[in-house]
Unconditional design. Sequence first.
Length: 55
Amino acid sequence: METQVSSGDVHGRNAQCTQCTECSKRAADEEIAFAFLLALMPVITLTLFGNMGLL
């Protein structure tokens, strides 16, 4: 039976580490990048469907 490997193990991140400034800054940067991507989703969706002639 195969064991599952988490993305933190692959990318060298430890989920338990929240004390050091490097890990907390990386987590904040990832959160901001995800928020930016979510903010762009309506624009991307409307552009895609508009170009396909579905709107």
